[in-house]
Design a protein around this ligand. Structure first.
Ligand code: NDP
Ligand code: GDR
Length: 383
């Protein structure tokens, strides 16, 4: 892109999983990317540190602004300053289980936050210039009405998170219809990556599998093992976000792989990636996963001591404190509209996703093991 035709994008939630992949994607496309980040008592920019540019340099194409979706005046100021061609509203309290503990905050950030962005664009007279992407979610489908879920499937949200996102979905549709704004929902099904937050189930599993293999952890405690999710890779999904805003007409799209898997099978696949076979037995809270076989050649290839992998060892147990007051049992998306209209197709399969996540966590845990064995694992400032 020539510098005078370069587009400008503003990403809220730039420090999150999707924000980081999207920033990288847009920078490669030649955009000037602005990101909204929250003030935190610790550095929270790990995922975008590789994109960081010294603020003292001229001609930066990646610029961060402090801000929060609960602060309208701040959003208005940043949007006025940036004058974006595209806004990707990815910021959210995105953890479904946590939303039961912080329902009001979740409604404020995830629901009213979307309104604040749209209203800022309107108040600043940018409705013709600025296109808005709203991060909607398969959690909107909630209690199963029909499968696979498509753009026409009715919503039945099952958590404060999903209810807040339902407001975000409809206010986006409403601003599109009322003010002729180019505002779109991407209804994205679960998508993961090596930089997925550590408390979402996939990353919790892949981290634990790597730790167990290296003797840094003994057991993995999980909640509902029978939940089924349509898991894709975040890298594929941020491309879909961009495609949605490049269309001639603003519309909403389901983005999914069309394949669903249980949490239990995700665990099996993850251990399998390292050459460890786990079998499940028992039911409900008594279900457990036990090591029944090991592939010594694979383990050695990955620098894992096969002697650490004990046949008969229980490595997965159920902890009911991870159950949700209301659960979403089955998600499987129908991405045919996106395939047809956007030409979008995921490049990753579940197997390549799991492999990338497990090997990345194994790499991290090898470093942790090295530090621990060298006596550098705990720096206690408060002794
Ligand atoms: P993450 O939880 O990884 O990232 C969320 C981002 O939002 C972080 O940058 C976080 O900042 C920021 N944030 C949270 N609250 C606020 C706030 N009040 N003001 C400003 N920023 C805030 O989520 P993902 O990247 O996985 O998801 C991106 C979006 O897509 C979210 O809206 C999520 O709900 C939605 N979504 C995600 C799906 C998925 O499977 N990943 C599927 C469908 C929708 P900090 O880093 O400081 O915490
Ligand atoms: P989800 O993702 O709720 O689908 O929301 P999460 O990975 O948290 O849960 C998926 C399923 O796994 C079950 N589960 C567990 N979940 C967690 N977190 N921890 C556990 O120990 C555990 N054990 C079983 C859950 O009950 C659930 O059924 C994600 C988020 O990214 C949302 O922001 C996004 O909108 C949706 O995906 C699509």
């Amino acid at each position: 892109m020539e510098s005078n035709t370069r587009k400008t994008a503003l990403i809220t939630g730039v420090t999150g999983q999707d924000g980081a992949y999207l920033a990288e994607f847009l920078l490669k496309k030649g955009y000037i990317v602005h990101g909204l980040k929250r003030r935190s008592s610790l550095f929270n920019t790990d995922r975008i540190d590789h994109l960081y540019q010294d603020p003292h340099l001229d001609n930066r194409n990646f610029i961060l602004h402090y801000g929060d979706l609960t602060d309208a005046t701040n959003l208005i100021r940043v949007i006025q300053q940036v004058q974006p061609d595209e806004i990707y509203n990815l910021a959210a309290q995105s953890h479904v289980k946590v939303s039961f503990d912080t329902p009001e905050y979740t409604a404020n950030a995830d629901g009213i936050g979307a309104l604040r962005i749209l209203e800022a664009v309107r108040l600043l007279g940018l409705t013709e210039k600025t296109r808005v992407y709203q991060a909607s979610t398969s959690e909107l489908y909630g209690l199963v009405q029909q499968v696979p879920q498509s753009e026409t499937t009715p919503f039945y949200p099952r958590s404060p998170y999903a209810v807040a996102k339902m407001y975000g979905y409809w206010i986006t549709v409403n601003y599109r219809e009322a003010y002729n704004m180019f505002a779109c929902n991407g209804i994205l099904f679960n998508h993961e990556s090596p930089v997925r937050g550590e408390t979402f189930v996939t990353r919790k599993i892949t981290r634990a599998v790597a730790k167990i293999a290296l003797g840094l952890q003994h057991k993995l405690y999980l909640g509902n093992l029978s939940a089924q999710r349509d898991w894709g890779h975040a890298k594929d999904y941020v491309e879909a976000m961009w495609l949605i805003l490049q269309q001639e007409k603003p519309e909403d799209f389901v983005i999914a792989t069309g394949v669903t898997t249980t949490v239990r099978d995700f665990v099996r696949l993850s251990f399998g990636e390292l050459g460890i076979e786990v079998e499940f037995s028992g039911q409900g809270e008594n279900e457990k996963g036990v090591i029944i076989d090991r592939d010594e050649e694979r383990l050695q290839l990955l620098n894992i001591d096969p002697e650490r992998i004990k046949l008969g060892q229980t490595v997965v147990k159920v902890d009911s404190s991870y159950f949700r007051p209301t659960e979403v049992d089955l998600l499987i998306g129908d991405p045919s509209k996106a395939q047809r209209q956007l030409g979008w197709k995921p490049k990753y399969t579940l197997e390549t996703l799991v492999s990338e996540m497990v090997l990345s966590d194994l790499h991290l845990m090898h470093k942790e093991q090295y530090l621990k064995e060298g006596g550098f694992d705990v720096l206690n400032y408060f002794e």
